[in-house]
Ligand binder design. Sequence first.
Ligand code: NAP
Length: 300
Amino acid sequence: MTSLPAPYRRTVNDSGISVSPIAWGMWRSHGSVDEVATLLNTALEAGIDFIDTADIYGFDGENGFGDVEAKLGEVFSADPSLRQRITLVTKGGIMPPLPYDQSREYMQSALEKSLSRLGTDMIDLYLIHRPDILTHPQDLARFLDDAVASGKVRAIGVSNFTTAQIEALSGFLDTPLSATQPEISPLRIEPFDNGEMDQAMRLGLTPMAWSPLGGGRLMRPESERDRRVARVLGEVAEELGVDRAVAAYSWLMAHPAGIVPIVGSQKRERITEAAQAMQVSWSREQWYKVFTAARGASLP
Ligand code: NAP
């Protein structure tokens, strides 16, 4: 049985941006500026330099919308070298309680505010967070192309878009999309056969997997299905000599689309441990064993 290769660095489509094959995400970031700095340094020390945030992160906390970006901005301001050492991903297009607005006027203002909070003059990868049904893809494409032409954004992508929505947006863009960010994990396997990963490979999009541990349910299973998948993943993890979380990240990374799992933990030791996934090789037999457990039925 051939082994699937352990992946190292990734290039984000034809943007030329080189990133670690694992990202660290800040959705669950609730700590102080010092704590954010500590976790960012932990990620960097572990070899993770692809950092995912969004303007909405922290909106339900003490300081509201933009809080996580603002804290990250303070971290950069205290140590500007950190901004240079990472590939910074942020997202816009959700404005609670609206919920979505991707009109050109709104997006231009959202981007300016993100830049200002982050204290940077350029976002490496700017994603549209969730599709706004009321915006014509031609208008969204115009905003994205202008953002790249102005030098405020280096590369562009989408999150939670269907394949048809990506196709429509791509048709109006001059700048090719570089990334897509769907939810993918052993608990959410639809992107493997609903066309999302096929489209990512055809267009060369870097797939960034959000909730790679199913929001933590792979570690603390809630349903019967969660328990089954976690058990089988745990069996293979033992064979591979790693923790179940590391097995989940590396299972995603073994896919030929070059999936980048976004580690959601806000604990130093777990971020450090996640980097072990860069060294894990899966056999086809092991990979399909987890896939089959997730499907709940054997393969035809
Ligand atoms: P996740 O890794 O699936 O879940 C993280 C949760 O699992 C945290 O509560 C974490 O707790 C827990 N966890 C991690 N390792 C654990 C372990 N070994 N044992 C027990 N619990 C463990 O990822 P996520 O946070 O849901 O999402 C990851 C990132 O994806 C986010 O930060 C964000 O950047 C991105 N995201 C994007 C979207 C989108 O719409 N584009 C949506 C959601 C998320 P601790 O912190 O205590 O370790």
